[in-house]
Design a protein around this ligand. Structure first.
Ligand SMILES: O=C(O)CCC(=O)C(=O)O
Ligand SMILES: [Fe+2]
Length: 341
């Protein structure tokens, strides 16, 4: 069954009402109603750049095993965690490295009440890093690589459905990007630290875990434990809290998808506030990305006389190098927008 979003009621300030506006896609109807499902997914990506995915087929056991590895990693003393991120870890740019990080969430001084483990989604890279991260590296890499493969399979299924729903003749055009041997997809585990006991009852309002941003990749598949704090920005500019659901995934459209679809899919702004619960929020995000030399431009089917081409062509490598020098909240796509004469 597919649960369509209720009509977009005028600006509602009620968190509960706002939360119900988030479209829910039930992947179990893929065999019985593929076409209708693909249309609903496209509608959600056009309207919100975001949807909740249920009945995705990823076993809860796989998720729990990753969570256990993450919990034991984060339980280590900070000095030990910092020591795992040697200067030899592969840099993504001048300030972000694969491995453990704390508070620093950008290259322009963005800070948050967060610690994280950033991994390349490549199995050989996970296995290599496991040697410094875990006392049982073979178990760590088996658990992480197994889970990342399951997420990647769902990602490919969704990308094909999106291409179908958009009416693109080459329906594997998006999934091939992330299946490319040189794709630079990432997997990140975020832990938002709870407040110390003495201030837990009076936390500073809207303390930021992860400040507002769009994800630069194609899309992100996010899952969290049962602790809230995640918000998305909707078209009218208001922030909508997303109720946590550890059994579901949340799909976040990124900058590249907005370009590939010539603006039909929207790159949704999101953020995490950590001002509510004593338990830490823990989330896991798979960032689906192509290879660095992939040429990104609006697909020809997406460019029409009514919707002229909005973006110049660029490679993912060029875009990634550019945006990592910008503050997290900046409008990164301005860099590639075609300016009207
Ligand atoms: O931790 C979350 O819930 C969201 C994190 C996020 O937006 C990110 O890692 O890009
Ligand atoms: Fe994000």
């Amino acid at each position: 069954m597919v649960v369509p979003p209720p009509p977009n009621s005028a600006k509602s300030s009620s968190a509960a009402a706002a939360s119900t506006r988030i479209p829910t896609i039930d992947l179990s109807s893929i065999t019985t109603n593929r076409q209708a499902l693909s249309k609903l997914i496209v509608e959600a990506c056009e309207k919100y750049g975001f949807f909740k995915l249920i009945n995705h087929g990823i076993p809860q056991d796989s998720v729990s095993r990753v969570e256990e590895e993450a919990i034991s990693f984060f339980a280590m003393p900070t000095a030990e965690k910092l020591a795992t991120s040697s200067q030899n870890a592969p840099p993504i740019n001048s300030t972000t490295r694969i491995g453990y990080g704390i508070r620093n969430i950008g290259c322009s001084g963005d800070m948050g009440e967060i610690e994280y483990l950033l991994l390349s989604a490549r199995p050989s890279s996970v296995s290599q890093l496991a040697l410094s991260l875990s006392k049982n590296p073979s178990n760590f890499s088996r658990v992480l690589n197994g889970y990342i493969q399951e997420i990647k399979d769902v990602a490919c299924e969704l990308l094909d459905l999106m291409a179908e729903g958009l009416g693109i003749s080459d329906t594997s055009i998006f999934s091939r990007m992330i299946l490319d041997d040189h794709n630079v997809s990432l997997f990140r585990i975020n832990r938002y630290r709870p407040f110390p006991d003495d201030i837990i009852n009076h936390p500073p309002p809207n303390t930021i875990g992860f400040s507002e941003h769009t994800d630069p990749q194609i899309f992100t598949i996010l899952r969290s434990n049962d602790v809230g704090g995640f918000h998305i920005s909707v078209n009218d500019g208001s922030w909508v809290p997303v109720s946590p659901d550890p059994t579901a995934y949340f799909i976040i459209i990124g900058d590249l998808f907005q370009v590939l679809t010539n603006g039909r899919f929207v790159n949704v702004k999101h953020r995490v506030a950590t001002n509510i619960e004593p338990k830490p929020r823990m989330s896991m995000a798979y960032f689906a990305a192509p290879s660095l030399n992939a040429l990104i431009s609006p697909l020809k089917e997406m460019v029409t006389s009514n919707q002229p081409c909005l973006y110049k062509p660029f490679t993912w490598g060029e875009y990634r190098a550019h945006i990592y020098s910008l503050p997290l909240a900046s409008s990164k796509l301005d860099f590639v927008k075609i300016k009207p004469n």
